[in-house]
Design a protein around this ligand. Structure first.
Ligand SMILES: Nc1ncnc2c1ncn2[C@@H]1O[C@H](COP(=O)(O)OP(=O)(O)OP(=O)(O)O)[C@@H](O)[C@H]1O
Length: 395
């Protein structure tokens, strides 16, 4: 398939350059107050087979948050056709966007919320190699800078816990990767089971984060030589020493999903690992989808359906995986709703060969936004485009 893309890159490039986007009606992509959904497209790297031309066009003039993803298809009559899919989310971060800009967009609010007794959560999800670890690790550093700047050590005390979840097994990355047990307390809330470390000052926090990173399990995938085959959860607990209340900030780097054709080359152990990752990602998706629905329901003025009956809140299956059990505290929309906020970053690869996985990632992002999917636009290469591509090949 990659051969087909490579062979037709000049045609693809010409079709994308001539693409005329259809205006999208503004649908629910303004984000529910408690969840903001962003997309980050990573820059091209040497390992991108189809490097040379991006599969996405954005931003659209006057349509913030809308991007078009283009794919090339064999046409039964021989001439390839371009299929373009548009997606609408709250924020778009292109390859040129810095982590500081991402931080400024919403993270700062999450830090303030956590400093004031609330719970802020940021997730990065997406295909393997799409930049989740890169993004989250830099955001962790910016959180540290911000906590130090806002006076972490005076009226606020910071406790750090960093764990890794591989399947249903957890490891404490700040205690030499010691296995941990996830236990429920008397109120039925799952505890991380890892030690909390009091961290003071910039250097101590940075050292702890670096130490945890060195204990993270990585394995090569077809897309990433050092792929994190586990989820990492970094939790800052910020204690207000005057009032005695604590706020929480979770930064979550999820294990990357792999395309079915890439998984096919795995042995039995990697297959099991992939299955476990998929089960936990799917449980998280169900909970996030339920949360998005719950928030949408809560934001409607009337909670009654047209028949006058009370609408039933969606079921959120937190107990389906270790990942969702430990995150219940951060995601449960029925608990202290005004004090929890989530930022989701859907990370995508920029290349044509990854379009199917990119579309999966973006469809999910749209669903969390409550956006109505838009129809696909098909462009057939005109004779003029074909002649100009052939002429440039001859030169
Ligand atoms: N914004 C970026 N700028 C420059 N390089 C980047 C960027 N994002 C990612 N990379 C590089 O891309 C490669 C893959 O990134 P990363 O390991 O963060 O992906 P991932 O989504 O966490 O993958 P996995 O799910 O396999 O762990 C790394 O070499 C990383 O340095």
């Amino acid at each position: 398939m990659e051969g087909f893309y490579l062979e037709n890159t000049p045609l693809y490039e010409a079709l994308v350059n001539n693409f005329e986007p259809r205006p999208r009606p503004r649908s629910g992509a303004t984000g529910t107050p408690s969840m903001v959904v962003s997309v980050r497209i990573r820059p091209f790297l040497d390992q991108d087979v189809t490097a040379g031309f991006p599969c996405a066009s954005y931003p659209r003039t006057n349509q913030a948050g809308v991007l078009d993803i283009h794919d090339l298809y064999h046409h039964p009559k021989g001439r390839p056709v371009l299929k373009s899919y548009s997606y609408q989310v709250d924020n778009l971060f292109g390859p040129e966007t810095t982590e500081q800009e991402i931080y400024n967009s919403h993270m700062d609010d999450l830090v303030s919320l956590a400093r004031n007794g609330g719970c802020g959560t940021i997730f990065a999800y997406g295909q393997t190699g799409s930049g989740k670890t890169y993004t989250i690790s830099r955001l962790e550093q910016l959180v540290v800078e911000s906590l130090v700047e806002k006076g972490a050590s005076e009226e606020r005390q910071v406790f750090l816990t960093i764990i890794e979840l591989a399947g249903n097994q957890g490891y404490d990355l700040l205690s030499d990767r010691k296995p941990i047990s996830l236990l429920d307390n008397a109120a039925g809330v799952t505890q991380l089971g890892a030690e909390e470390h009091v961290v003071q000052g910039r250097d101590e926090m940075m050292d702890a984060i670096e130490r945890a990173t060195s204990f993270r399990r990585t394995k090569p995938t077809l897309k990433n030589d050092a792929s994190s085959r586990s989820h990492s959860i970094c939790r800052f607990r910020i204690l207000d020493t005057q009032s005695g209340t604590s706020g929480f900030l979770y930064l979550i780097d999820l294990a990357g999903s792999e395309a079915a054709r890439d998984v096919a080359v795995h042995g039995p152990e990697r297959m099991r690992e992939t299955r476990e990752i998929n089960v936990s990602l799917s449980a998280l998706k169900d909970c996030m989808r339920g949360k998005a629905k719950y928030d949408a329901l809560a934001s409607t003025t009337s909670e009654s359906g047209t028949d006058g009956k009370q609408k039933k809140p969606p079921y959120l299956p937190f107990r389906q995986s270790a990942l969702t059990r430990v995150l219940k505290h951060a995601l449960d929309p029925s608990v202290d709703g005004s004090k929890t906020r989530t930022m989701v970053i859907a990370c995508v690869n920029p290349g044509l060969a990854d379009v199917p996985m990119t579309r999966n990632t973006l469809s999910y992002a749209e669903m969390l936004c409550g956006t109505t999917p838009s129809p696909v636009v098909t462009t057939v290469a005109s004779s003029r485009v074909i002649s100009s591509v052939n002429a440039s090949k001859r030169r």
